[in-house]
Design a protein around this ligand. Structure first.
Ligand code: TYD
Ligand code: MG
Length: 491
């Protein structure tokens, strides 16, 4: 009896105070990814960022000072059908940049441009600002990284010294916004880079997550209020993410990524997110001694250094956005000395390569278990289309069999796990581009062949990867061929 009664007496009074404590206990929230912790720690386990965890107490749920708790204000709901206006655009005059943004910068919007250091972000944006300024718009370039003299020097080298761009080397957001709010409205404001900016309203060092977010928020408010197109430059981390809070990517209207291989002169501008346009277009530039030059016919560029007649290369007729793009795929298959053979791929998907090797092994008798395999997309381009499967497979088999593919042929088609070749979108545009560049033959999915009709080039339908493999292996000069069991060609 006595024993049973005790707990009830001892614990009952304690319960309410534990509940009250739980209500009052602050939580610690990562400002980068939103993960919640019970206590403060230096590094967020969820996203790996340092110094991003801040205390957010229940106080946040109380009304802000000056705002009393009140019933919500009523507002009118609008029908979906109604007057629409096209987003007012400001074409930069750089065709490749306008193609990626979807026809120019949208007024009142904020665009984030990310890319590796030294890739040419500042060069691209000073060129865009100069081009707009020459068209008579007020363009302002604010740099937190370089001095005005440095920017001027670069502009002079680019032959833009006379463009009426207004420059400043400033980092305090409040000063920048106050200055920009004076005088006539600027049409384009470039802020290079958002990581160097800081706002007095937040108590942390420039470059920290909270600062970057605060500065971005202030600039977004400024863009909406003033109708200026604001471009933020963002640094990227080693793995290619835009450094700092991911939330900035969610806050802005568009995110462009400027990419390129260090050893190549080509630079590719790609839309990662775009609230006002497509995300599948790419812009191609070439970095020259006089800045970035637009490349309006990228296929010619990507095929310019082909070594004709070497085994292991195939030309892929691809599509980037709405534009056909021909690019060479190179493969090297060599006997390995390692226990686990190497599989290395540049410009294409590693898991796609593994899948292709499995299909080659299972359905085509091409056994690569004792071979190293390297695959490379020439020119530093990164291909994301599954349509590249057939070209990649052709290059791999060609290298394995040491049999060059016809130099005037292009390949496209998606390969299924069963070894079939599936049709892909926009075949006509691919064939047209190949014809325009002087190619005479195309190896395509059979379904495409049936509907190709009149075509300037010879179109051959490939019904299965085994057919293609047998065809290439039959031309092999290599003794390895005899070791390969060529499956009967399936019709
Ligand atoms: P930059 O625009 O400063 O890169 P980011 O702002 O992305 O860090 O470009 C720097 C690189 O571009 C530098 O390595 C030199 C090269 N470059 C040229 O080759 N030609 C040029 O006319 C300019 C201005 C730069
Ligand atoms: Mg720069």
């Amino acid at each position: 009896m006595h024993r049973q009664a005790r707990p009830a007496v001892d614990f009952a009074p304690a319960l309410p105070s534990i509940a009250a404590m739980a209500r009052r206990a602050p939580s610690y929230v990562c400002q980068n990814c939103g993960a919640v912790y019970g206590r403060w720690q230096g590094k967020c386990d969820a996203c790996g960022e340092w110094n991003t965890i801040a205390e957010e107490s229940a106080a946040a749920e109380r009304p802000m000072p000056g705002h009393s708790a009140r019933k919500g204000r009523l507002f009118a709901l609008e029908p979906l059908a109604g007057q629409t206006h096209d987003a007012p655009r400001l074409a930069s005059g750089l065709g490749e940049l306008d193609r990626v943004t979807g026809g120019g910068f949208v007024r009142g919007s904020v665009l984030l441009v990310g890319g590796d250091p030294g890739i040419g972000k500042s060069t691209l944006l000073i060129q865009a600002a100069a081009s707009l300024a020459r068209l008579g718009h007020r363009a302002v370039y604010i740099s937190g990284e370089e001095a005005v003299a440095q920017i001027r020097l670069r502009a002079e080298r680019l032959g833009l010294g006379d463009a009426p761009v207004e420059l400043a080397a400033e980092t305090l957001i409040e000063d920048i916004i106050a200055t920009l709010s004076e005088g006539s409205i600027s049409r384009l404001v470039v802020v290079d880079s958002i990581q160097t900016m800081w706002t007095g309203t937040v108590e942390s060092a420039p470059g920290t997550v909270t600062q970057v977010r605060g500065a971005a928020q202030a600039l977004i408010r400024f863009a909406k209020r003033s109708g200026a197109a604001v471009i933020l430059v963002g640094h990227v981390t080693k793995d290619g993410q835009i450094a700092g809070p991911r939330v900035v990517e969610h806050m802005v209207d568009a995110v462009l990524s400027f990419e390129g291989e260090g050893s190549h002169q080509f630079r590719i501008l790609r839309a990662v997110k775009n609230r006002f346009g497509p995300t599948d277009e790419i812009g191609v530039f070439e970095m020259t001694g006089a800045g970035l030059r637009e490349v309006t016919n990228p296929s010619e560029l990507f095929l310019s250094e082909r070594e004709l007649g070497t085994p292991g290369t195939a030309v892929f007729a691809g599509i980037e956005g709405t534009r056909p793009l021909l690019v060479e795929i190179q493969a090297l298959v060599a006997p390995t000395t390692l226990g686990t053979p190497r599989r290395a791929v540049v410009g294409w998907d590693q898991s796609r390569l593994s899948m292709l090797l499995a299909v080659l092994e299972a359905h085509c008798g091409v056994r690569l278990g004792t071979h190293d395999v390297y695959l490379n997309v020439a020119g530093g381009l990164r291909i994301q289309e599954p349509a590249a499967d057939l070209a990649a497979a052709a290059a791999l088999i060609s290298s394995f069999a040491n049999a060059p593919l016809p130099a005037d042929a292009v390949y496209f088609g998606e390969i299924s796990l069963s070894g079939g070749v599936r049709p892909v979108i926009q075949s006509a545009a691919r064939l047209k581009e190949a014809g325009k560049l002087g190619f005479m033959a195309a190896f395509v999915p059979e379904a495409v062949c049936a509907e190709a009709g009149e075509s300037p080039i010879k179109v051959s339908g490939v019904s299965s990867l085994a057919d293609l493999a047998a065809d290439i292996l039959a031309r092999s000069e290599n003794p390895r061929k005899s070791a390969v069991k060529v499956p009967a060609i399936r019709g």
